[in-house]
Ligand binder design. Sequence first.
Ligand code: MF3
Ligand code: CO
Length: 247
Amino acid sequence: MSVRIYNETQLDYIRQAGTILHETLEMLQTHIVSGVKTKELDRLAEEFIKKNNADAPCKGYKGYPASICSSINEELIHGIPSNRKISNGDIISIDIVVRYKDYHADATRSFIVGSTEEKNKKLLEVAEKSFFEGIKYARENFYISDISKSIQQYVEQNGFSVIRDFVGHGVGRNMHEEPEIPNFFNGTKGTRLQKGMVLAIEPMIAEGKPEIKVMPDGWTIVMKDSKNSAHYENTIIITDKEAEIVT
Ligand code: MF3
Ligand code: CO
């Protein structure tokens, strides 16, 4: 398989999925308050997505039991919503995939519950800003590694580390497609970007060392050193100008 190029009709479905996903995250943000169970966030997201004639394909994906991923503090990704209540000072990353007419969009935001220390705010800010550093190169005739290098450089220059074990990806007809989009330079140039490609670019960064481990639930990925992590992700379309962010 190679990297798919989407036509305007297909891109419109992806844009629609992206709009629903963006609105879902906005709705959830108002519920990110101390004492709320992550299960409740999952329920609210699922209900909102379904009301918009779309669905959340994470549920059932390789047996994953929920519609969203909610990862708290040292949990990096794929945290399963549960009866755990979020509390003041927590960093919670909400990762959602929306499918609309068989086309997908994927996005993540990290939020602070209530108030927190300056260094946690910085961690979130660097995750978000590194995405925007990366997409400066998400243009026709640049390479995936141009995006990767830019993200890595920005994160490391701000004193944080980038995770090596998980990467961004193509998205569209499927939740995960080629190419892989590392948040670090892995020694290869990678795919040359062309108009009509759709990419999920998702810096995953840590306060401490980049090593991760899988929890016994088989899903939750946590930082080995138990330090905080943050994740920021959008789905973008490569155009003949700047990348178009659909989420
Ligand atoms: N956005 C997540 C990812 O790209 C989707 C996870 S769905 C799950 O890994 F089922 F694996 F949770
Ligand atoms: Co993703």
